[in-house]
Design a protein around this ligand. Structure first.
Ligand code: EZ4
Ligand code: CO
Length: 403
């Protein structure tokens, strides 16, 4: 028994907003979990503070599976991003505690290392094709084995994935949602050119990825996948919205470009058909938004028997706590595919001390007990929450579209 004596939510904004849960036990240990849901941070903080934390105090921090089910089944209301983010925060904090109690890095508790390092993909973007390819070449020369390429679309003022700053990508930058404009026709004309140029400059010994960010209908996605086949993408991500999982049957029938989907999923139930019918190649769940390590272990086992590999979300709106949790998971899981990596700002890294390292395109979670990430609470207090929304997206005639 390792009794939970306190649990609190820490909200800070060192460059961007993060919500962190800290759980302390009677034995003098503590664990931390990320609870950040981009653009909806305070909803999760309130869910935790008002509804979850009062039931946690007094419980055994060692009983991770029991606590998970207590919060999931015990709420009666199931799933949804706010609930599953709150549960993930508790789950990851409890795994952190368990690692510290065992005096072992988390990956050892998850079965031990299955590989020497975790292959990550880095991000190259620019408003022009030439600029994106130049940035990608730079990343390849730094040792990255896989690179995601995004570029501006001629005729559109802005586009998903193209940042203002070369090294940082931060889409949640409006005190109210910024409005972007979208044209599928213009996008479709521009994207193939990006991969023609990329293969010409980067060659074939580097993995190339692309994120469609849910902007195509299934038949459009099928066509794009087919058009991109000659460039041998590692994956085409979020080609089409997947609430209706059968959408992917059409895409799958028409293209051999590997498909990745799922950064907005909250649970196994969001991808049951996609996996069972082998409609995708990579599941892109987010540890913090899909119930934490305990739930993703089940999802990964289910995926393994259907030839689906992991390719977890790792954008900067997931705190270094989620990055560390992902790295422990990736190092240990049998059906690891790839891990997204996006550098956090120096302010973020100063608040979240980390033991994970990156070398030649591979990452390791480090050998510190538990997650190997800590939060400097007094520094965090110097960065108060700042409301920030993700953009919305409209077609050129004003129709609200997917962002
Ligand atoms: O837009 O995490 O693949 N990565 C992505 C991300 C998401 C953000 C949303 O908060 O699509 O950049
Ligand atoms: Co994405």
């Amino acid at each position: 028994m390792s009794k939970i004596i306190s649990a609190k939510v820490i909200i800070c904004s060192p460059g961007r907003n993060f919500v962190t849960l800290k759980i302390e036990t009677e034995s003098g240990h503590y664990g931390i979990g990320d609870a950040t849901l981009n653009g909806r941070e305070l909803a999760v903080a309130a869910y935790l503070e008002e509804h979850v934390l009062p039931c946690l105090v007094g419980r055994d921090a060692q009983k991770i599976e029991d606590v998970w089910n207590y919060l999931y089944k015990g709420a009666y209301w199931r799933r949804g991003p706010v609930t599953m983010t709150a549960i993930a925060a508790v789950d990851v904090a409890l795994w952190d505690i368990k690692g510290k109690l065992a005096n072992l890095p988390l990956y050892q508790l998850l079965g031990g290392a299955s590989r020497d390092g975790v292959m990550v993909y880095a991000h190259a973007n620019h408003k022009t094709v030439a600029g994106t390819v130049a940035n990608a070449l730079d990343l390849k020369n730094k040792g990255f084995k896989a690179i995601r390429l995004q570029t501006g679309v001629p005729g559109l003022a802005s586009n998903y994935g193209v940042s203002k700053h070369k090294d940082f990508y931060e889409p949640a930058d409006g005190d109210l949602p910024v409005e972007n404009a979208w044209s599928t026709e213009k996008y479709m004309q521009s994207v193939e050119q990006l991969f023609v140029e990329a293969r010409r400059s980067l060659g074939w010994d580097v993995h190339l990825l692309h994120d469609v960010h849910h902007r195509l209908s299934p038949i459009e996605a099928a066509r794009l996948g087919k058009d991109l086949e000659p460039y041998r993408l590692f994956w085409m991500e979020d080609a089409s919205p997947a609430e209706n999982q059968k959408n992917f049957q059409l895409i799958r029938q028409h293209t051999t470009t590997p498909l990745a989907v799922g950064e907005v999923f909250n649970s196994l139930w969001d991808c049951k058909t996609l996996i069972e019918e082998q409609l995708i190649d990579y599941i892109r769940a987010t540890i913090v938004h899909a119930g934490g390590l305990s739930h993703l272990r089940k999802l990964a086992c289910f995926a393994e028997i259907h030839n689906v590999k992991t390719g977890f979300h790792g954008a900067t709106d997931l705190s270094p706590i989620t990055m560390a949790a992902a790295l422990h998971f990736d190092l240990s899981v049998a059906n690891f595919g790839i891990q997204e990596y996006m550098r956090h700002s120096d302010e973020t890294y100063a608040v979240f001390n980390r033991h994970y390292t990156i070398n030649e395109g591979y990452m390791l979670p480090g050998e510190a007990p538990g997650l190997g990430v800590d939060i400097d609470e007094s520094l965090a207090a110097k960065y108060p929450y700042k409301r920030a929304y993700l953009p919305v997206n409209r077609l050129e005639d004003g129709t609200l579209f997917h962002w």
